[in-house]
Design a protein around this ligand. Structure first.
Ligand SMILES: Nc1ncnc2c1ncn2[C@@H]1O[C@H](COP(=O)(O)OP(=O)(O)OP(=O)(O)O)[C@@H](O)[C@H]1O
Length: 247
């Protein structure tokens, strides 16, 4: 069976800076892969190259064995690939339900269906199930901007998951989230992975979170992979310790 994601020799150069330098790895179906590394090691740039938000300087990305070169983020959504960003992508003046329906429309809707389809694109029931899944039911009709930061991070994840994704790239899902909400977020991500078979790649600086969520970790430093393996092995890898202390 093809890996869900295959990254082959991907590089991204900004002038003379090799932000991502010949990175190769695969993600198997149902895995939760952590992508860690010191600040500036190339994690977000790599995400952007995988998702077609930045043109890579070299290399190849395949989703389910299909070369995705030249595909736009919206084309990738249709292939079942979603992402979250470091910065929240919620619309504060819209309700939780409206935000999730809008995300579903973005992921699934064609221009034709947006112009001529039902206003909710038939997504209200699915959106409500997603709200329930993330235990935001009490906030369904509240404006997103009135939610706590942690709840907004949950909403952000719920929006990415409206693509019905087989693969989600999460960029710092735990950033700025308090401990209680962090445990809740981790539990929901694990549940989504187990119940729906979704595959995740997670960029995260919170070591405790990433080590307890992920089944495998890849460590980047200066744009290159310096270690890869199970969380415990990576945590104790001298090169990884050096990269963090040196950074
Ligand atoms: N658009 C750009 N133009 C020039 N240099 C860039 C650009 N984007 C990123 N860089 C540089 O590429 C390197 C990798 O940055 P990137 O944001 O991918 O790292 P990161 O590991 O995601 O960092 P952080 O953990 O702080 O988010 C850094 O040196 C950064 O300054």
């Amino acid at each position: 069976m093809n890996p869900v994601l295959s990254v082959k020799g991907v590089s991204k150069h900004f002038g003379g800076l090799k932000a991502v330098d010949d990175v190769t790895f695969e993600v198997r179906r149902g895995e939760i892969l952590g992508l860690i590394g010191p600040n500036g090691s190339g994690k977000s740039t790599l995400f952007n190259c995988i998702l077609g938000q930045l043109p890579a300087s070299g290399g190849k990305v395949e989703v389910d064995g299909r070369d995705v070169a030249g595909l736009r983020p919206c084309d990738l959504n249709l292939l079942g690939v979603g992402r979250t960003f470091q910065m929240l992508q919620v619309f504060p003046e819209m309700t939780v339900l409206e935000n999730i329906i809008l995300a579903g429309q973005e992921h699934k809707g064609t221009m034709f269906s947006r112009l001529f389809g039902k206003p909710d694109a038939g997504l209200t029931d699915e959106a409500k199930r997603m709200i329930e899944f993330f235990r935001l039911t009490h906030q369904t009709n509240e404006k997103a901007g009135s939610l706590s930061y942690g709840q907004q991070k949950l909403l952000d994840a719920a929006m990415a998951f409206m693509a019905g994704p087989k693969l989600v790239l999460l960029d710092e899902p735990a950033g700025g989230v308090n401990l209680t909400m962090l445990a809740h977020l981790k539990e929901r991500l694990k549940a989504f992975n187990e119940e729906r078979g979704a595959t995740f790649v997670v960029i995260e600086h919170n070591m405790e979170f990433v080590m307890s969520l992920c089944t495998r970790i890849i460590v980047l430093a200066n744009g290159r992979i310096i270690a890869e393996g199970e969380p415990e092995a990576v945590r104790n890898d001298p090169q990884v310790i050096e990269a963090y202390l040196g950074g």
